[in-house]
Design a protein around this ligand. Structure first.
Ligand code: PRP
Ligand code: URA
Length: 365
């Protein structure tokens, strides 16, 4: 297992004795310091480095050591995706894995000795998450995190849904990877769009329908005669269409052509063809990327101008700036995304993002 490890000066001695023990167990270690017990350092700096290694997936687990383990676990827990426990006894360490699925263990170098520390670390590393009812609780912890993330970016929590299904999150990591091929990228974008459709269509109305099974008659459910339209923003939005049509084959498809002027980042419109009865349909505008929000606002404007009323925006990756811009102009639009990234860079690209979605879908770079 790849473990990120770090200590402050008070935990240095215990860390030095744990590292050879962990290596002997076959673990791969990344040491984030500190390298001395005589120079005082600030534990949050070390906790942050280890926590970020775990949250980004570079390391599977993290071990932090300070005087008591308390400061380190508080600091590590501030990083989204980190679930840290102070574990200076065997029971806490074990239960923190079984019930809480912790991924960072903080130890007190001034509280426990080398032998107990080794026992605690082995137990913590070897105990699996029990799942079952505990998973429902850890999911609630994750959703507290998402809500706070949205609030801290000043985003509307009501009209923004982050679709956090593990399959989606797994596939998003693959499309972010710069080594993913054009073919894989294209397939994954379709798959993610299809998986997101489960969430975006959650509120579709159902009505009763009589069904005769080979055994008996029964009452089932069928979608009410509700009309849908999906509107990809060319080019990159096209990459999401098939994934959704596979699940909703009767949806009508409109097209909006927009590209960003590379200098001004302003959207330039070059095409718009929407179903004639757009005003009667639930409209889902598709685009993998929501960056400055300029293209999304222009696409929503176009759909509204032609009569569209109930409009949702479906993106794979969004920057907080884009979500804010869309909601500041179109506060009625529901936005569905798979990931809310950190920010835009100076060229208007999403960080960490995935680069240029159109180029990656069509191999044009
Ligand atoms: C990309 C992306 C969005 C837009 C997002 O398209 O597919 O449409 O940028 O950026 P924004 O939120 O800052 O407007 P691009 O302009 O690169 O066109 P393309 O799909 O034709 O490559
Ligand atoms: N468009 C993209 O394709 N990617 C970004 O990061 C921003 C805009």
């Amino acid at each position: 297992m790849h473990i990120a490890i770090g200590s402050d000066h008070a935990g240095y001695s215990l860390k030095s004795s744990l590292m050879p023990f962990l290596k002997e167990r076959g673990e791969i270690l990344s040491d984030f310091g500190t390298q001395s017990e005589s120079v005082s350092v600030d534990y949050p700096d070390i906790a942050l480095a280890v926590a970020e290694a775990v949250a980004s997936g570079k390391a599977e687990r993290g071990i932090l050591i300070c005087g008591s383990g308390v400061g380190m676990s508080i600091a590590a827990n501030k990083v989204p995706g980190v679930y840290a426990t102070t574990g200076n006894d065997l029971y806490t360490a074990k239960m923190s894995r079984l019930h809480n699925n912790t991924n960072v263990l903080a130890l007190g170098g001034r509280i426990i000795g080398k032998d107990l520390a080794q026992e605690i670390v082995s137990t913590w590393l070897d105990t699996p998450f029990a799942r079952g009812r505990h998973e429902q609780r850890t999911k609630k912890i994750c959703s507290i995190e998402t809500q706070s993330e949205k609030k801290s970016c000043n985003l509307s929590t009501e009209k923004l849904t982050i679709v956090e299904h593990p399959l989606i999150q797994h596939k998003i990591s693959i499309i972010r990877d710069k080594n993913t091929t054009v073919k894989e990228f294209r397939e994954l974008v379709q798959e993610i769009a299809g998986l997101m459709a489960y969430e975006t269509t959650r509120t579709l109305a159902l009505e009763d329908v009589e069904v005769e099974t080979p055994i008996t008659k029964t009452t089932g459910k069928t979608l009410q005669g509700k009309k849908l339209a999906i509107v990809p923003v060319l080019r990159a939005g096209l990459g999401m269409v098939e994934g959704i049509l596979r699940l909703i084959p009767n949806a009508k498809v409109g097209h909006v052509g927009l590209y960003r002027n590379p200098d001004t980042l302003e959207p330039v419109e070059y095409y718009c063809k929407l179903p004639n009865d757009i005003e009667e349909r639930d409209v889902f505008i598709l685009d993998p990327m929501l960056a400055t929000g300029g293209s999304a606002v222009a696409a929503i404007d176009l759909v509204k101008r032609q009569g569209g009323k109930k409009i949702s925006l479906v993106n794979l990756i969004a920057a907080p700036e884009g979500v804010q811009k869309v909601h500041s102009i179109h506060s009625d639009v529901d936005i569905y995304i798979a990931a809310l990234d950190e920010r835009l860079n100076d060229h208007g690209y999403i960080v960490p993002g995935l680069g240029d979605a159109g180029d990656r879908l069509y191999g044009t770079k």
